[in-house]
Write a protein of this length. Sequence first.
Length: 164
Amino acid sequence: MTRSSAGIVLVRLPVPSGTNVPVPEILLVHPGGPFWRNKDLGHWSIPKGEYGGDEDPKLVALREFEEELGVGCPANRLFAIGQIRQAGGKVVTAWCGVGSIDTGAIVSNTFEMTWPPRSGVTAQFPEVDRAEYFAADEALARILPSQAPLIHAALSALGDAGLL
């Protein structure tokens, strides 16, 4: 059975001084836990989480955003941007919106795992160990390659809505 996730591409639109043109920045999250500790480029993600067949994917995306970041999604309006299939087969359905959060103040939910491996010791780790905004080119370098189309789709949707 195919696993499914739902997530949100949050874009903030700062306007550099001396211009009146916003420069989109994409919010990405870095997975927590020892496996991801020293991995950077190509390992970031949008805030997202898995859901079952009877759940509303949009509500799941909003719930997962809050669980992974500790704050609700600040976007007043969300635009559906479609689905992608990740390298492992998981299907991710996503929405995008405009808003900003304080990335220095995130508080992620946690998970437990045996660490170090085969030690019998259970340790807790944050699901997300950090969140940052990146200019589109940098975000495309940092995000999981299979999620890159979501950034393109988000920027296109926001442009179509007259927000870029």
